[in-house]
Design a protein around this ligand. Sequence first.
Ligand SMILES: [Zn+2]
Length: 339
Amino acid sequence: MAIQILNRKKAKKVDFMQFLSGVPARGYVFQRTPYEEQVKEAAELLKAADAVLIGAGAGLSTAAGMNYGGKRFTDNFGEFIEKYGSAMMDMYSAGFYPFPTEEEKWGYWSKHACLNRIWPDALPLYREVCDLVKDTPHFVLTTNVDHQFWKAGFADEDIFATQGDYGEIQCARGCHDKVYDAVDLFLEMDQEREECKIPSSLVPKCPVCGGNMAMHLRCDQYFVEEEHWHEAAARYADFLRANQSKHVVLLELGVGFNTPTIIRFPFEKMVRENEKWSLIRLNLDEAVMPESLGRRAVGINEDIARSIKDISSCIGAAVGDSEDNSENREENGEEVRRR
Ligand SMILES: [Zn+2]
């Protein structure tokens, strides 16, 4: 009660946190409900859902094993670390390195794209998320650019990847609204790379202005929002409209505070404004929730891979064994769903 009164008093003053999310910082809590209880609550919400809106950030891919630092980085980028030194700390910082030539820039990015987007198959955790929602109408909003939702079996019309894709390139100055599939180009670059550089003959040039090309990633004002991007944005808006009066679960996976204005804060706002909607927030260490959402919010501060497994088995869907028992599950599908 004391917290509520404080919140009301502060409500008139718009501070930094209120401007961003509409909830004052002190309104957030780590829920004290025991883990097993939270898993049950999340499972109940998902079982009763008419539709599920997934919001996924970098934390999901990290939990799935797509680690950008540590051994995975040093094992794969040894020659880059040797050449460029301490600026190469992990795959995030390496992406911002001011490579002096296009040959070196694409030498790095082709490797990054192969490792994180082209070579990996669907990761088990993404498949489990797919299994969890496949029988309920769903939509995915994601800032991830590694293409995992497609690989895991989500339909293209159910995905809006707002920040680009490691498999595409665009004009570095965004001179025209088109992106280009670069998967084959990156594979070729990977074959031809020597001393961290690709041959000049493989450097892509903009077919319209003749200038340099860049990764299709939202990192500056030149990010191209092409036709497919706008179609996906429209489908996302349609999904929200169509489900306005239904029971929707917003399942937020690994969204931290890098770009909270795309998924995290809008999700809180939508749940606050629609009392039939609820929010499940799975996050390794940032699962704080606005206390005001009460029982419509479950914030599980735990390894997402563990939470998804436990929620899935709680629901009764035999997920987590997608590779070993997929045939078996197919046969028992009816029974599993009824349970
Ligand atoms: Zn151009």
